[in-house]
Design a protein around this ligand. Sequence first.
Ligand code: EPZ
Length: 419
Amino acid sequence: MDKIVIEGGARLSGEVRTGGSKNAILPLMASSLLVDGCMTITNVPRLRDIDTFNALLRHLGADVSADYKAGVLKIKTSAINGTEAPYNLVKTMRASILVLGPLVTRFKKARVSLPGGCAIGARPVDLHLKGLIKMGASVSVEHGYVNVTAERLKGANIYLDIPSVTGTENLMLAAVYADGKTVIENAALEPEVTCLAEALVKMGALIRGIGTDTLTIEGVSELKPIEIKAIPDRIEAGTFMAAVAMTRGNVLIKDCPLEHLDALSSKLREAGAEIRSEDGGVRVIGNWPIDSVDIKTAAYPGFPTDMQAQIMAMMTIAKGLSVVKETVFENRFMHVSELKRMGADISIDGRTAVVRGVKGLSGAPLMATDLRASASLILAGMVAEGKTEVSRIYHLDRGYERIEEKLKKLGANIERIKE
Ligand code: EPZ
């Protein structure tokens, strides 16, 4: 397994481009199962999760060609011959559950391994299943798989107890071929959900309320394949913004979706960073001392849970005390023990962490546990005194394309060591 080695102290400078959004591309890939033909997705980075989803689509009979140099995925679905998503693929990527809706609504059945929990929480899919049952599907769970069948889904009124991102996406994907009208209330508002809805409309779906918490979908009989460009990855962009703020850097971030980062930007400004649009990108300037800020994660447009670990790393060297409340997942503090090994002063009480800023961190050997926790350890290593080694960085490669190369180009003293 590879590891990343960082010598802390560099101030980031230069220019970096944000890649396409992992969490927009995965549901777009799932939508290819709804059509007979060739879906083209552009602005696609090389990520482990996308490779895994490619493998899943191939397992179902799709012909997938990925040209990562050009950032283009072509998914041909005329020969789909399977409706089962096996455990070995689903266990490495929970977003595999997104094939459920398309398979049931187009092929009348699906057998998908239950994703199971992951480092950040139990991650149930009960809301996905309850919605499908409301649409007339019969659902059974056995041997760790969920079996869903429906002669034809019918439109239904669905209220999501939690504005689940992939729950909203799965049910929208199921509703496009259902008989009649489906209303999804308390739908997730994340930009990735909007990107999927707009793509489905381009494919011929009838969807109203896009961008609101109430989506109305009128079932149609056929959709056509399209070419769609993925929106930029707001979490990758946010991670770079935090890195620049922490290292007193000065960087121009191209393709940075600032309009999707209001909550993060206001917190970074409160912490003393300067953020402004410039030359079609976003200029970020970090200033020390860093002021401590309180964070409470929430569904979009609230502060993104996927940025909590990265901002906590920043707060470890801020002036004063920060309170970080994680309201979305029950166990998303896996990075805390590793940050404390670097000298951070953090105490946890349930879903709340209190971070007392320290003068500085010291480099240490660390272990990544999940995607965004890995990112926070890389950020901490960049400001720590001495050397930091982060192992198990396959977690990082799930959602960041060659992050060490992008950071190195900005002046970070960082290397990937093949073990
Ligand atoms: C999506 O996960 C993202 N993944 C996650 O990004 C992100 O952290 C999360 O949304 C929250 O923004 C993708 O889009 C592929 P949820 P998802 O369903 O859809 C509970 C990353 O770092 N819940 O919105 O799985 C759930 O346990 C990843 O890129 C139920 O109880 O998240 C959680 O507490 C990590 N029952 C809350 O809702 C359900 O049926 C929000 O989960 C579904 C969810």
